[in-house]
Design a protein around this ligand. Structure first.
Ligand code: AMP
Length: 484
């Protein structure tokens, strides 16, 4: 009997689990599923994002709701529309072999009338953002009389986002005998308040270290002058195999996301911006491109990137430290998911020291300082990739016939000469080895500037000035000393 079979799930649900290729339950699933299936109590699950929480509540829900009743029996509240859609998609997978459990996602920014029509047709489970659900309740478009399960997913994030009033109103509107299942990465003050006010002697399951970040994530920071941040970012990307970096770069403002994504595209990366200025359709399009890996560098604001559920993200870059430190764990939680390893890299300024210490407190461990990878490191990395590519290059028979002439023309070069020339030619191409180059964000990504000026007083870099540079070096040293 497999571990999943021992949890008490029905045959159709187990079949769905098998079809998804889940071999073993994750820790939170192993602990939560039997409790949720058997118990009539409220439930608190404290676990990081990416630990399989959706299946921990979604699989038992499949077996607990009655598909014959057309009124909603379970409400799932999640902080963002993206997460609502992801939960709904996962739950639909779980119900694949079931007796017709219907699930709908309702969220702001989409046609409310269409959502009302779907609910009216009869659904058992609603996954919703708090704002839109409150709207529906106020319009009496959703009948809560038969709600038995109210799931709060990523409760800390919902409260951080300011959904307290909406959550209070929804919790009060649902029948008092409902069971509340609360999932959260952290037990913040606000989350505690919810558990006290609305939950009745809940069972609590803690997975991993509470309030701590996922152990699969390596947290590092570097110190960089604002004007050189972009170069630093590129160096970090190139110090891995740039094609294999699959990352999110977090910026503070919507405008920054667009500027940075344009700059990256201009430099030949596959990138796009995700921010709240985009329509839902445009956001979906960007997410689809990212999920299908048509782009590998997503530049996003905190709000837009909430709940992004892509398992294989290798890097999270903090182009700016988040103003609200709570966002740090949510950002870095986008990587190191489902057992994968991930890197969370902060591009900090020495004046960010207080925030860095706050982040360390938040994740419960030190963040390691690393130097910006040097040009030598980048060249070395690129050279190994070049060698691998050379070895792997596939034969093209038509080309073989053309090589005689080329052989003659290069006959005076030794193997060493040839290798050197190939290396110069290939490695010299990358922009990442340049000092700093001017970039005009107002120009579109298609129109490359004619001259590529290097960093100088002419392009307004304040750090070319000796005084400013010295001050920067001094505060950097002071900060590093303090950290030791
Ligand atoms: P979640 O924390 O619910 O967002 O899940 C993170 C990812 O892990 C999702 O893509 C799930 O499909 C995947 N996942 C959840 N449970 C399992 C499992 N038992 N085995 C393998 N993958 C899983």
């Amino acid at each position: 009997m497999s571990k999943f079979q021992r949890l008490g799930l029905s045959q159709p649900t187990l079949k769905a689990v098998e079809a998804l290729g889940f071999e073993e339950p994750t820790l939170i699933q192993e602990k939560a599923i039997p409790l949720l299936l058997e118990n009539s109590k409220d439930f608190i699950g404290l676990a990081q994002t990416g630990t399989g929480k959706t299946a921990a509540f979604g699989l038992p829900l499949m077996d607990l709701v009655d598909p014959k009743s057309v009124n909603p029996q379970a409400l799932i509240l999640a902080p963002t529309r993206e997460l609502c859609v992801q939960i709904t998609n996962q739950l639909m997978e779980f119900s694949k072999f079931d007796k017709g459990v219907r699930i709908v996602a309702v969220y702001g920014g989409a046609d409310i009338r269409r959502q009302i029509t779907t609910i009216k047709k009869g659904v058992q489970i609603i996954a919703a953002t708090p704002g839109r659900l409150r709207d529906l309740i106020r319009r009496k478009a959703v009948n809560l009389a038969q709600i038995q399960f109210l799931v709060l997913d990523e409760a800390d994030e919902m409260l951080n986002m300011g959904f307290r009033e909406e959550i209070d109103e929804i919790l009060k509107s649902a029948p008092s005998e409902k069971r509340v299942w609360l999932f959260s990465a952290t037990m913040s003050k606000d989350v505690k308040r919810i558990t006290k006010h609305y939950m009745d002697s809940p069972e609590e399951v803690v997975v991993g270290q509470q309030n701590a970040a996922n152990n699969d994530i390596t947290h590092i920071y570097t110190l960089v002058r604002p004007k050189e941040k972009y170069i630093a970012l590129k160096r970090f990307i190139f110090s891995s195999n740039a094609d294999e970096v699959y990352g999110i770069i977090f910026c503070r403002t919507r405008r920054d996301t667009v500027t940075l994504a344009n700059q990256l595209v201009f430099d030949g990366f596959r990138s796009d911006a995700l921010n709240g200025d985009l329509s839902q359709a445009a956001r979906d399009k960007v997410m689809q491109k990212f999920k299908k890996k048509k782009i590998n560098l997503l530049v996003a604001t905190d709000v837009a990137a909430r709940g992004i559920d892509v398992d294989s993200i290798t890097h999270v870059f903090h182009y700016n430290i988040p103003e609200d430190i709570n966002f740090y764990t949510h950002r870095s939680g986008r990587t190191g998911r489902a057992g994968n390893k991930g890197h969370s890299i902060i591009l900090a300024h020495p004046k960010d020291k207080r925030q860095l210490t706050a982040v360390e407190r938040k994740i419960g461990s030190k963040i390691k300082f690393v130097k910006i990878p040097t040009r030598k490191v980048i060249y070395d990395r690129k050279l190994s990739i070049l060698i691998e590519d050379l070895k792997k290059a596939k034969a093209i028979p038509e080309v073989d016939g053309l090589l005689e002439e080329a052989n003659k023309k290069l006959s005076n070069l030794t193997k060493e000469d040839l290798l050197r020339q190939i290396a110069y030619m290939t490695l010299g191409k990358g922009e990442e080895v340049e000092e700093i180059r001017t970039y005009d964000p107002s120009k579109s990504s298609e129109s490359k500037p004619k001259s590529r000026a290097r960093s100088s007083s002419k392009n307004g870099n304040p750090f070319h000035k000796k005084k400013a540079r010295k001050k920067f070096e001094r505060s950097k040293k002071k900060f590093k000393k303090k950290k030791k």
